[in-house]
Design a protein around this ligand. Structure first.
Ligand SMILES: Cc1cc2nc3c(=O)[nH]c(=O)nc-3n(C[C@H](O)[C@H](O)[C@H](O)COP(=O)(O)OP(=O)(O)OC[C@H]3O[C@@H](n4cnc5c(N)ncnc54)[C@H](O)[C@@H]3O)c2cc1C
Length: 498
């Protein structure tokens, strides 16, 4: 409700990265913004913790497109350097194959093409052409779809969008990512390397449309980055910016209901108290928003028509040794990617030769992220979304498989080097961030219509209700969550001008 001064109030449910960006944008538009967060800290999945002397980012580890963060500081008229700094990584990832082949994925495209030619016998021109195609896809189609609402008539009649749809070639829609890679690359190992990018939004490269081949553009043409202080610095920077601009935060406050009257949202209920607002933005998983906050089972079920993204099983290990062959991002591939994805999306079972990802921020900040001579290993395998599987049993199987693989390929008994351990499972991901089935990225992009099926950033029937975050348009991952806040804020601006 407008207050005495005529200023309007906005309530944001959740202080995830999208909730923080939404709060900043609405505050800058002149709203009085209150954020209600069930946890005692901001960031949602983008949070951190300490384990003995080791620091860990709890969730995301790959940082691309810093320009989305820069834009928020520019908009707020603040100097980003006072809040946040980052460096570009010369090698985006180290890849280890089961036969002992190691590939350094250099950020420089020519160096990468030469490396793939040398190690995988992949003609350099294939890699260079592929990365050019990836850039064109992103620039001509991706940016339009990822920065506009696809659910407003005005967008669908936008000339640029119509042109982009007309230029979308069948080969990017009607064949899978894997199929396109098989046609473009000579080496099965190169195919596997680029197939991996489907997991960047929790999808299956054997099913997801080749449109997703735009993802490598972000890492290889635009670069991957390391935020000083780890990924948590992104949360901290946006939280401080929001505070500076006057956003009000209410931690340990779980929103229980959204209140509406005559098809208009008028506020929320927290701790049995009615809190009124002119608009409510949910950063909570859209499925849970409908199910619990609006008690609308029909709309909740509708959301589930789209397949959930994959989840993850993570081991945070304090390792009392350093490994020179590892870098910030490392991948140890399975021998059988097709079967791994079958387990993730079809059988929902544990696969005992999983692809293993290790992130070590101590590589960028030794002695800070981990004690001198030691490393903080964030060890993750993709896991199926939670459907009631026995995660204790799966966890034991994953751990054995990971230790066997790493001990073999690194030539060390890794078990003996672990001095601290904590785990995160699909169940605890769901509990900590209210993400249905522990999905990392909301819904998958396995269908060619995924972009259009994802939930809009508003609700047509309930005026004043908006959505941001990984479970709604344009999808999961930090850059897209930040885009969701921008799209939502643009819609609010138009709605409230009316
Ligand atoms: C293990 C892991 C690895 C990942 N790796 C990457 C990566 O490398 N790069 C990348 O870009 N992305 C990655 N992601 C995805 C990325 O973390 C997410 O897409 C993004 O952080 C989601 O942000 P969000 O704002 O949508 O929501 P969340 O981070 O899920 O935040 C939602 C917030 O809402 C709060 N909330 C929910 N319900 C209520 C309620 N009723 N009342 C009050 N508060 C409530 C929650 O407590 C939470 O704080 C990863 C995710 C995970 C879990």
């Amino acid at each position: 409700m407008p207050n005495d001064l005529g200023t309007k109030n906005a309530i944001i449910i959740g202080a995830g990265i999208a909730g923080l960006a939404a709060a900043i944008r609405l505050q800058l538009q002149g709203f009085i913004v209150n954020v209600y967060e069930q946890n005692s800290y901001p960031g949602g999945k983008l949070s951190d913790f300490k384990l003995g002397e080791y620091s860990f980012d709890a969730g995301p580890s790959l940082f691309t497109q810093p320009e989305n963060i820069v834009e928020l500081f520019d908009l707020a008229g603040e100097n980003i350097q006072e809040y946040f700094s980052y460096i570009q990584m010369p090698v985006s990832c180290n890849y280890f194959y089961d036969d002992g082949t190691v590939v350094n994925a250099y950020s420089d495209n020519i160096a990468l093409a030469n490396e793939l030619q040398l190690k995988l016998n992949e003609p350099a021109k294939n890699t260079l052409q592929f990365l050019q195609q990836s850039a064109a896809l992103y620039n001509n189609i991706g940016t339009l779809f990822l920065t506009n609402s696809l659910h407003k008539i005005s967008t669908l009649f936008n000339r640029a969008i119509i042109k982009a749809i007309q230029h979308t070639r069948f080969k990017f829609l009607f064949q899978s990512m894997n199929r396109l890679h098989e046609k473009q690359f000579q080496s099965a190992k190169t195919v596997q390397l680029f197939n991996r990018y489907a997991t960047y939004n929790g999808s299956n490269p054997f099913k997801a449309p080749a449109m997703l081949t735009m993802i490598p553009h972000l890492e290889h043409n635009l670069g991957s980055f390391y935020p000083k202080g780890g990924m948590i610095s992104i949360t901290n920077a946006l939280y401080r910016l929001a505070l500076k601009k006057g956003v009000l935060f209410n931690f340990n406050k779980k929103v229980n209901n959204i209140i509406h009257k005559s098809n208009k949202v008028i506020g929320v209920i927290v701790d049995q108290e009615n809190l009124y607002a002119d608009l409510v933005v949910s950063n909570m998983d859209v499925y849970f928003t409908y199910k619990y906050l609006l008690n609308n089972q029909r709309l909740a079920q509708k959301v589930l028509k789209q397949e959930r993204s994959s989840s993850a099983y993570i081991f945070y290990w304090g390792i009392k040794k350093t490994f020179s062959q590892l870098s910030l991002h490392n991948i140890f591939f399975t021998k059988d990617y097709l079967t791994e994805f079958n387990h993730l999306f079809n059988t929902g079972k544990c696969f005992t030769d999983p692809t293993v990802y290790i992130n070590i921020t101590a590589k960028c900040e030794p002695g800070i992220q981990a004690p001198e001579g030691k490393e903080n290993w964030f060890v993750m395998v993709n896991a199926p979304a939670n459907n009631g599987q026995n995660w204790d049993e799966y966890g034991a199987q994953y751990k054995k498989a990971i230790l066997d693989k790493l001990s073999k390929l690194l030539g060390e008994n890794i078990q003996h080097l672990i001095e601290e351990e904590q785990v995160l499972t699909p169940i605890t991901i769901e509990q900590k961030t209210a993400s249905y089935m522990g999905a990392l990225y909301g819904t998958s992009s396995n269908s060619k219509m995924a972009a259009f099926m994802r939930h809009p950033n508003f609700n047509n029937q309930l005026k004043g209700l908006y959505f941001v975050g990984g479970s709604v348009h344009p999808g999961g991952g930090i850059p897209l969550c930040l885009n969701s806040a921008k799209i939502m804020a643009d819609i609010v601006q138009k709605d409230f001008k009316k």
